[in-house]
Design a protein around this ligand. Structure first.
Ligand SMILES: NC(=O)c1ccc[n+]([C@@H]2O[C@H](COP(=O)([O-])OP(=O)(O)OC[C@H]3O[C@@H](n4cnc5c(N)ncnc54)[C@H](OP(=O)(O)O)[C@@H]3O)[C@@H](O)[C@H]2O)c1
Length: 322
């Protein structure tokens, strides 16, 4: 089964909707009617701009983000078929057995998927992601969990998140199925992924060394690159805090000018910058505000010049390239 992204089908949006902001607070309060209504408005706006992949994690608002979708599917039975669902497992909060930790044991993966399916009120997950690297992970165990879940029709494809190439290689070598995606923090605010290439063998590369050949490796293996935090929390589109560093302020001004020039909203410029990279990055947008979601809708049609792209990169870095 291919990962039906815009990488293989140019008619699909390359944007993904991130559901971390749905479900109310990160607490055990019950899900409220207004939380479901907020999720409905966000989903409608996302579908309207052509998004079809929705990104969850079992931990988002302690399960309530998934629960919101479960409620939406009960209310609108046709809705599930209009989207692909992605969720993640592997982060555990402190409990009687230990502190906050990562758990990619087969038992935990299988248990987490069943719990997500119950909350989501659906029979299958399109893409299951391993949320963070677990130093105790045994690739064969992950493969056993995958075999069980895939065989039972509960999960269709497998991805990872926050893993560099050195962690991917042994996993890829042991899995019976190809990994379809790796979700990483990449934005104008977090440029280490680019600095790893542009500043190689330069003192400026120190922060980015861990990235190594992650981008190139994922591309060589057809592992789609999803960017979390793609909107940089709104810092370049009107949401910067008053005490934001000077490069953020300068870049916000540049984004505003480019938005005016291209006749789109600032959000679309922030995303167009990621979309221009040849790695065919898929930005995950996390705003729950329907107007901001719609403001992202023009990102795919903005064609930044090389000069504009480098101006944004250099401005966000706050210093010249070597
Ligand atoms: N794999 C991982 O480890 C990982 C980690 C974090 C997130 N994610 C995924 O990636 C998605 C996106 O990440 P993210 O939410 O961290 O980043 P994001 O999309 O860069 O930022 C979204 C946040 O910024 C706020 N925001 C956006 N524009 C704004 C503006 N102009 N003014 C004020 N606030 C603004 C949003 O608030 P409003 O809702 O009010 O607009 C929301 O809280 C998440 O939903 C989740 O699905 C994955």
């Amino acid at each position: 089964m291919t990962y039906p992204s815009a990488t293989s089908d140019p008619t699909l949006s390359r944007l993904i909707y991130g559901c971390m902001g749905l479900g109310g607070g990160w607490n055990h309060d019950p899900l409220r009617t207004e939380d479901v209504a907020k999720a409905r408005a966000a989903v409608e706006a996302a579908l309207e701009i052509g998004i079809e992949l929705f990104d969850h994690a079992n931990i988002y608002t302690l399960g309530k983000a998934e629960q919101c979708f479960g409620e939406l599917f009960k209310q609108q039975p046709g809705l599930r078929q209009r989207m692909r669902l992605q969720t993640k497992c592997g982060i555990r909060f402190a409990d009687a057995d230990g502190p906050k930790r990562y758990d990619l044991s087969a038992a935990h993966i299988v248990e987490a998927v069943h719990a997500s399916l119950r909350r989501l009120h659906t029979d299958y997950i399109d893409v299951l992601m391993l949320h963070r690297p677990d130093p105790l992970m045994e690739p064969d165990e992950v493969n056993n969990a995958w075999r069980l879940l895939f065989g039972a029709g509960k999960v269709r494809q497998l991805g990872v998140s926050n893993m560099h190439a050195g962690q991917l290689r042994p996993l890829v070598a042991r899995l019976e199925t190809p990994l379809v995606a790796n979700q990483l923090e990449m934005s104008l605010l977090k440029t280490a992924w680019l600095d790893a290439d542009t500043c190689f063998n330069d003192a400026q590369a120190q922060q980015s060394l861990v990235w190594g050949d992650t981008l190139a490796y994922c591309q060589s293996q057809n592992i789609a690159l999803q960017a979390w935090g793609a909107l940089a929390r709104g810092w370049y589109s009107g949401g910067a805090p008053d005490d934001a560093p000077a490069p953020v302020m300068a870049t916000s001004q540049l984004v505003r000018e480019l938005a005016h020039l291209h006749a789109v909203a600032p959000e679309s410029i922030v995303l167009a910058w990621l979309l221009k990279h040849p790695a065919r990055i898929e930005p995950v947008i996390g705003t729950a505000n329907p107007a901001r979601i719609r403001a992202c809708g023009d990102a795919g049609r903005v064609v930044l010049t090389r000069g504009q792209w480098y101006a944004l990169y250099q401005s966000a870095r706050g210093r010249d390239l070597p």
